[in-house]
Unconditional design. Structure first.
Length: 228
């Protein structure tokens, strides 16, 4: 084992940056939550007990896909099995787990967050709530993995939320989007039963997004030049 900061140095710094951003946005409170990014068969993951909003790269541990520590001085998060399970089953690039307040609140009362806004389609639509199990257990990892089928986000009953994506930036964006949607749902539900996008409306959004390359910046087309 080595503590060389050159082992996944960029990835460890990126995990620390992501944690500080999520902390600043109010999604990571104290030592609760964990973040990881994968580089081939290595995973840079937050250490257990670290204050995430102030995380530094030396508080990020490097493990292999079996969970064996290959660099870093600190024990990895107790949700290591959950992160490794997401990488193994879904071949993704980064995982974010938070106890964000809106997501956690909804996880107490809902079985799923319905597709109340078209932006949720970037997470796969309806977000399932994984049944409760004790933190850090294989039962919890299995419950969450099942809830993530065909989705890039899940709520965890009486616990929090998890998102994954090909890149760490995207996984962070997904976590922020999920928390925003949970907040919107909560406010709406206080006023009355929220309307939900039906299957046709969801399909039309996907078709429009493909046709318009939604979510990316593009140069102004020549016919619109001069109208800025
Ligand atoms: Zn947790």
């Amino acid at each position: 084992m080595t503590d060389s900061s050159t082992v996944l140095g960029q990835e460890r710094a990126a995990v620390a940056d992501a944690c500080r951003r999520l902390g600043a946005e109010g999604l990571l409170i104290g030592t609760a939550g964990n973040v990881s990014v994968r580089a081939e068969d290595r995973v840079a993951i937050t250490a257990t007990g670290a204050v995430l909003a102030e995380l530094t790269a030396d508080q990020v541990t490097v493990v292999d896909l079996d969970g064996k520590v290959v660099a870093g001085m600190l024990e990895p998060t107790s949700e290591l099995d959950l992160h490794l399970g997401v990488y193994r089953r879904y071949g993704t690039g980064a995982v974010v787990h938070t106890h964000a307040p809106m997501a956690t609140a909804l996880s107490l009362v809902l079985d799923e967050l319905p597709c109340i806004h078209y932006q949720l389609l970037t997470l796969g639509g309806t977000v399932r709530v994984a049944p409760y199990a004790t933190f850090g257990t294989p039962e919890l990892a299995e419950s969450v993995l099942a809830a993530l089928e065909g989705r890039s986000a899940a709520l965890m009953a009486n616990h929090g939320a998890v998102t994954h994506a090909p890149t760490l930036d995207k996984a962070v964006e997904h976590a922020l989007l999920l928390e925003w949607a949970c907040g919107v749902y909560q406010r709406a539900a206080a006023l009355g039963p929220p309307r939900v996008l039906d299957e046709h409306q969801q399909l039309a959004v996907i078709e429009a997004a493909i046709a318009r390359n939604y979510g990316t910046t593009r140069p102004v087309p020549p016919e619109q030049e001069g109208t800025r």
